[in-house]
Design a protein around this ligand. Structure first.
Ligand code: IPM
Ligand code: MG
Length: 364
């Protein structure tokens, strides 16, 4: 099979981690007899530097023409980078939001898994971490506060800013269906997270999720308020299987979930639309402080390519092999700086990529 992939290395550590993801993917392709065509595209800061805008129509068109998009990370240091002197709609993040909307990537899957090998990096007490956890945050990605109307006005000499949080039932229904479908392939539990004690959008969310749940009698649904969820994530993360939530809550909770796994450098993500098309990127940012130092952890990006193999290309065997290779390298005691532990061997970004690529060759 030929995999037609649009690639957005982006800013900061983006190009380094993408190079390692390509290395691993190349080795998978070779082993299983696939070919890969990459089209490299600019977005975020790199696109601002070249074209003055964070996302061009050309990038959108080329991304649409591919089977999937592999992305590194975008953005720079907001305190020092000239990109942040631009108006908000011209900053790097606007490119990311723009491509999510343009490609209708409404479902953002963020798995948070505590690897046995990394249990030591988990900041939770041992009696909590020893239960392990394996959850998936299903975050709505093209609605809510991120895409509602916003403005800043002057009212009677007072500055006032307005953001709008809206959801219609169709937006809620389609993301709920994704969550229930995926729960069916996992532990068959969905926790829908909202703020139904305050927000109308959350009350509609709850009603529609209940309606969708009626079609999935084999999946157990519970509802949880977002503040309680933030607490439960550090108190008892093992209780979660699929967490279904709206855009802003998902943004916050997914960072929290990643931190309890020990490092955000390990977490993959997939953003999907209603077809097999998807954009795959690590959950972490562009880490400008370590860019160009060969110090980044490429594992989240490599695991994102495994999600791509699974969700876009239906290549489960290949995805399994890639994930097994990552596990093997961790088991062998190699760690990047962010997950370094006593008695382990520290590896840079490119060395970690080499080790994983070599492990692919060895796994069956
Ligand atoms: C994420 C990021 C983005 C978001 C930013 C960079 C706009 O934090 O993907 O979680 O808030 O969605
Ligand atoms: Mg975020």
């Amino acid at each position: 099979m030929n995999l037609n992939i649009a690639c957005i290395p982006g800013d900061g550590i983006g190009p380094e981690i993408i190079a390692e993801a390509k290395k691993a993917l190349g080795r998978i392709a070779k082993k299983y007899g696939h070919t890969i065509t990459y089209t490299d595209l600019l977005m975020g800061g790199a696109s601002i530097d070249a074209h003055g805008v964070p996302l061009t129509q050309e990038t959108i068109a080329a991304a649409k023409a591919a089977d999937a998009v592999l992305m590194g990370s975008i953005g720079g240091d907001a305190n020092t980078s000239p990109w942040y002197k631009l108006p908000p709609e011209l900053r790097p993040e606007a490119g990311l939001l723009g491509i999510r909307k343009a490609l209708q990537l409404f479902a953002n899957l963020r798995p948070a898994v505590l690897y046995e090998e990394l249990a030591g990096a988990c900041p939770l007490k041992e009696e909590v971490s020893k239960a392990g956890f394996d959850m998936l945050i299903m975050r709505e990605l093209t609605g809510g506060l991120y895409f509602g109307e916003r403005k800043t006005v002057m009212e009677n000499g007072v500055r006032k800013a307005i953001d709008t949080l809206t959801y219609d039932e169709n937006e809620i229904k389609r993301i709920a269906i994704k969550a229930f479908d995926i729960a069916r392939k996992r532990k068959k539990r969905v926790t829908s997270v909202d703020k139904a004690n305050v927000l109308d959008s959350s009350r509609l969310w709850r009603t529609v999720v209940n309606e969708v749940a009626a079609g999935y009698p084999d999946v157990a649904l519970s509802h949880m308020l977002v503040d309680n969820c933030a607490m439960q994530l550090v108190k008892d993360p093992a209780q979660f299987d699929v967490i279904l939530t709206e855009n802003m809550f998902g943004d916050i909770l997914s960072d929290e979930a990643s931190m309890v796994t020990g490092s955000i450098g390990m977490l993959a993500s997939a953003s999907l639309n209603d077809s097999k098309f998807g954009l795959y990127e690590p959950s972490h940012g562009s880490a400008p402080d370590i860019a160009g130092k060969d110090a980044a952890n490429p594992i989240a990006t490599i695991l994102s390519t495994a999600m791509m193999l699974r969700y876009t290309f239906d290549l489960d065997k290949e995805a399994d092999a890639l994930e097994a290779a990552v596990k093997e390298v961790l088991q062998a005691g190699y760690r990047t700086g962010d997950i370094m532990a006593e008695g382990c061997q520290q590896a840079g970004c490119s060395k970690m990529g080499d080790l994983i690529a070599d492990a692919i060759e060895k796994t069956r």
